[in-house]
Design a protein around this ligand. Structure first.
Ligand SMILES: *Cc1c(COP(=O)(O)O)cnc(C)c1O
Length: 378
């Protein structure tokens, strides 16, 4: 059994992807080729925003957004304490300070009450300017963007949606990657919509920011790549990766997104009442980047990992360490008491094998192993 079976996925869409890739190679159109523009147009339409700018990966996408806004020294960016390192890394990379905020114990996304409290604390201290809320759509479920936007507006902040795991999700009819003033995603192979290497994209309705980002991602270009008007970076999506994504896209929207709802339901039915199953809020739709359950405590969770290892079933802990405990941020002082939820989550969560090509038998096997293991502690 695979944690995420990209081999099976390839077999299901091999014809489309092979044609897509060979077209690019035959035309030797590797950088900024036709497929790049085609993909950007397609994804902007899907998400429902005016502009999509592709780039080299989801981390660059976040950093490019912060650069377009001129975020840097003296700015505070509020980031959930329970996320992948990149969400905080980019803030330090541009010279601003990441202020980590505890999360909602049910959705694992940014807690609006904790956010409000921490923003007021930073305002009161007066050392940093509250500039941006970086809201992550964790494990495929959009953050609570309605409440987050209210708080951001009240304090004069911009919202950056980190939709690296959220692409394909929605709240009501509104799609993930449309909730931020700028939103970003990642096409890392294991993300909901992944390519065959690194890739990322930035979404916005704002023409000015779009133009700045198009410049920053090609060496701060002016009228051409050899006319350089600002310090930028080299961050492009390869034409080959764009062609892989164009090949996958119809399968993703036409089948995979619906199928992962079914797989999640199978797990829910088997595991409800045994472990704490994922909570998708009313009106929310998850793209299920992960299916993550909670055990009662660390000892039982670690025992579950050993049990899975013995049975040769893959599983993973996202995330073992809350952001405020990462050594890279040791020079910033965070108070342990501010993070009860993320600390507990890092000790009790476990992500199970999950992808659209999982069979009912595979899900049953994982379910059975957990219910048998549960007899030891229930
Ligand atoms: C994967 C991920 C990123 C970074 O994306 P890359 O394409 O790997 O650079 C950023 N934020 C979150 C929440 C992620 O899961």
């Amino acid at each position: 059994m695979k944690f995420r079976d990209l081999g099976k996925q390839y077999q299901a869409m091999k014809a489309d992807i092979d044609v897509s890739i060979s077209t690019v190679i035959e035309k030797a159109d590797f950088i900024h080729g036709e497929q790049v523009g085609k993909l950007e147009k397609c994804l902007a339409e899907y998400v429902g925003v005016r502009h999509c700018i592709s780039c080299a990966n989801g981390t660059d996408a976040l950093q490019l957004a912060l650069m377009a806004w001129g975020i840097g020294k003296g700015d505070a960016v509020f980031v959930p304490d329970f996320t992948f390192f990149a969400s905080g890394e980019v803030v330090s990379a541009v010279g601003a300070v990441p202020i980590f905020v505890d999360v909602n114990p049910n959705t694992f996304n940014l807690s609006d009450s904790a956010l409000e409290m921490v923003v007021e604390k930073v305002e009161k201290e007066g050392k940093l300017r509250p500039a941006v809320v970086l809201a992550v759509d964790l494990f495929g479920q959009p953050a609570e963007h309605g409440k987050i936007r209210e708080i951001a507006e009240k304090h004069g902040m911009l919202v950056l949606e980190d939709g690296a795991q959220g692409f394909g999700g929605r709240i009501g009819e509104r799609k993930a990657c449309s909730f931020g003033d700028i939103s970003t995603t990642s096409f890392f192979p294991a993300k909901p919509l992944g390519c065959y290497g690194d890739g990322g994209a930035i979404f916005t309705d704002n023409d000015h920011w779009m133009e700045l980002i198009r410049s920053y991602c090609v060496h701060g270009k002016g009228t051409s790549k050899y006319d350089n008007v600002r310090i930028g970076m080299n961050s492009r999506l390869d034409t080959l990766q764009a062609s892989v994504l164009l090949g996958k896209y119809p399968h993703f929207v036409g089948w995979e997104l619906e199928q992962v709802q079914t797989v999640a339901q199978w797990y829910d039915e088997l595991l409800r009442g045994i472990v704490e199953i994922p909570c998708v809020l009313e009106g929310y739709y998850s793209s299920w980047a992960q299916y993550t359950v909670k055990f009662p405590d660390k000892e039982i969770r670690d025992g579950a990992m050993r049990m899975f290892a013995e049975n040769k079933i893959p599983c993973a802990v996202y995330y073992e360490k809350p952001m405020h405990r990462q050594r890279a941020f040791l020079d910033i002082s965070y108070e342990e008491v501010d993070y009860p939820v993320s600390t507990k989550l890092s000790q009790t969560v476990l992500s199970l094998p999950f992808h659209p090509y999982m069979s009912r038998e595979e899900v049953n096997l994982v379910g059975r192993l957990i219910s048998e293991y549960a007899k030891e502690w229930l």
